[in-house]
Design a protein around this ligand. Structure first.
Ligand code: NAP
Length: 567
């Protein structure tokens, strides 16, 4: 990642992207289109927030957002066109607080925002005049919703929307493009200057319909946007309208963008016009626009000889903060990194407040706490070596004083000290048994008074506890011990409606497996049905399920999360 940027172009900026940038950057309609978005943003964002400019194109909106948002923001520019984003990169990559992301195409569908920048990774998403181009609104909105942190906003506008109550004289941006097209076709049919394009013109109009609608899609009712926002999980959906004067001189600049002309009048030259066709196409488009302006001047009460009145619709929606589980408290041991960290974040996404236990690395533990808080729930970290009874006792007393209860206990902390039994020292045996097994006894026993009806205990064992593994007698004994312990405790606590379960991961990409030699990793992956190691999040998902209300009738069970590993 050169320059610290997440995406960078591998081609020089295209002429088309520069033309577009120049035509739009200084036009007053572009400025006015962004003003209401900026006003909402200025009332919403805080210093340090990450904002996404979705559909950032060549960076014209981003330049303005950076100038006019009066907070220290980080701005991420996201687009699906490498050519356009390349121009944005040329203009803005020198700025420290700006980053770039490309929506990759997979099997004809572009990846969503959350697939591109990660779930719950940004504070707010803004988007200027892009959403009407997206065919599947629900899918795009879901990706945006998933990428936003709870409480964050999604604000976008479009000039291409149908709604009741708008005065006929107030125009949609794209409807004037459709009119330019129709006038152009009339010119071809009736003006001898353009006779050479007359042959089969009606068939061509039909043939190129799809191409035109791809660049300038037909407007959708405003309810389509609102319903898609709600279906994607947004709430507090609000729609407002702002009128603006669109200057004919700015509109002509826009109509001169060659790339857009393929959408305005594809009947001449399609996507690859000859130089002559390109010139004629532009002449006809400009002539048609001038005819349109005259029409407007005489027939439209809001138009004069310099401009017409257009309208933008603005949509605003909030990603709700989780509330279903709110008030629940989880203690996750060994949560400063690896699987414990992933479990803590997954629980936080379900609205659970998380206590992050760690042994040594306070800085990392505090970072996890901050990440959890950004998901809209409470979090603290507590230092305790869980292999030591006294330290666990102090930690649990702290929790008792502060929260008075534990709803979810996750026994996750663990270490390895691998050696064949012949060479294993007493210290290596004791360290692993104390950290991986005795800790489960200490933490669970001391937590018992804080666990009320409906609480959950989930402990992390390993497939090694089920099948054994060369060089891991100590680890396998501890992990098998966790299974026996949990099955017995499930029987003891069943009458209190407390469930006790075990997750047995296979091989997971964390620090603990970093030491496994490359060849052995290959063998492990080969033996795993899914032919890979797990990500920590895949283990966390299973833990979060067992900790949730959905798993209310599951107890005393061992859930293998091992990708089908066959020993
Ligand atoms: P990891 O990346 O090494 O993280 C281990 C975590 O446990 C760290 O946060 C560490 O904190 C903490 N910890 C270690 N000893 C502790 C102690 N005495 N008191 C409090 N915290 C302690 O390991 P991981 O892969 O996430 O493993 C998590 C659990 O999953 C372990 O029980 C492990 O046995 C099990 N597991 C892992 C795999 C795998 O392939 N990764 C497979 C099966 C099972 P400090 O940094 O402060 O020491």
């Amino acid at each position: 990642m050169e320059n610290g940027k997440s995406w960078k172009p591998n081609k020089p900026t295209s002429r088309g992207a520069t033309d577009y940038h120049e035509a739009v950057a200084d036009s007053s309609w572009n400025h006015e289109c962004l003003d209401p978005i900026i006003e909402i943003a200025n009332n919403t964002v805080k210093d340090g927030d990450i904002l996404v400019d979705f559909g950032a194109g060549t960076g014209t909106s981003a330049e303005k957002l950076l100038k006019k948002i009066n907070h220290k923001i980080n701005l991420w520019l996201v687009d699906n066109s490498p050519a356009w984003l390349g121009k944005a990169y040329e203009v803005l990559s020198s700025k420290e607080n700006v980053d770039f992301f490309l929506l990759e195409k997979k099997e004809n569908i572009f990846s969503t925002l959350s697939e591109t920048v990660g779930k719950s990774s940004v504070n707010h998403v803004l988007s200027a005049n892009t959403m009407h181009l997206i065919p599947n609104l629900k899918e795009a909105f879901t990706g945006i919703q998933e990428a936003i942190r709870p409480g964050g906003k999604f604000i976008f506008n479009t000039g291409n929307v149908l709604r009741e109550g708008r005065d006929e004289g107030i125009l949609m941006l794209d409807s004037t493009v459709y009119r330019v097209h129709d006038i152009a076709i009339d010119l071809i049919k009736n003006n001898d200057e353009f006779e050479k394009y007359r042959k089969n013109i009606d068939d061509k109009v039909k043939f190129f319909d799809t191409q035109r609608k791809f660049v300038f899609p037909l407007p959708r009712p405003k309810e389509d946007y609102e319903n898609a926002l709600k279906a994607a999980g947004f709430k507090d959906v609000k729609t407002t309208y702002h009128q603006y004067k669109l200057k004919y001189s700015d509109w002509i600049k826009f109509l001169k963008i060659r790339r857009l002309q393929a959408g305005i009048l594809p009947e001449i030259g399609g996507t690859t016009p000859s130089p002559e066709e390109a010139k004629d196409r532009e002449d006809i488009i400009i002539k048609s626009a001038e005819i349109l302006f005259k029409e407007l001047e005489t027939d439209n009460k809001f138009a004069d000889d310099k401009s017409y009145l257009g309208e933008w619709a603005y949509f605003e929606a909030v990603k709700p903060k989780p509330s279903n589980n709110s008030g629940r408290i989880a203690l996750v041991t060994g949560a400063s990194r690896g699987i414990g960290k992933a479990i803590s974040l997954e629980l936080a996404k379900d609205g659970v407040n998380v206590i992050v236990n760690y042994r040594s690395d306070q800085t990392e533990a505090e970072k996890v706490v901050e990440e959890i808080k950004s998901l809209g729930v409470e979090s603290i970290c507590l230092k305790a070596d869980v292999s030591k009874y006294e330290e666990v006792e102090i930690m649990i007393n702290n929790i008792k004083e502060k929260y008075g209860k534990i709803d979810i206990l996750v026994n996750n902390a663990g270490i390895v000290k691998d050696r064949s039994l012949k060479n294993m020292t007493l210290e290596e045996w004791n360290d692993v048994i104390n950290t991986n097994l005795n800790s489960v006894f200490y933490t669970t026993k001391l937590s018992l008074p804080l666990l009320k009806e409906g609480s959950r205990i989930v402990s992390i064992s390993s497939i090694v506890g089920l099948y054994g593994n060369f060089g891991q007698c100590n680890y396998a004994a501890a992990k098998a011990g966790i299974i026996g312990f949990s099955k017995s405790l499930a029987k003891e606590l069943g009458k209190k409606d407390i469930t006790v379960n075990v997750v047995a991961p296979g091989f997971v990409k964390t620090d603990i497996t970093k030491g496994i030699p490359f060849v052995k990793k290959k063998v492990i992956n080969y033996m795993t049905t899914l032919k890979r190691e797990a990500d920590a999040e895949e283990i966390a998902a299973a833990v979060a399920f067992l900790a949730s209300d959905k798993a209310s009738f599951i107890t005393g069970t061992v859930l293998n999360v091992d990708g089908g590993l066959a020993f």
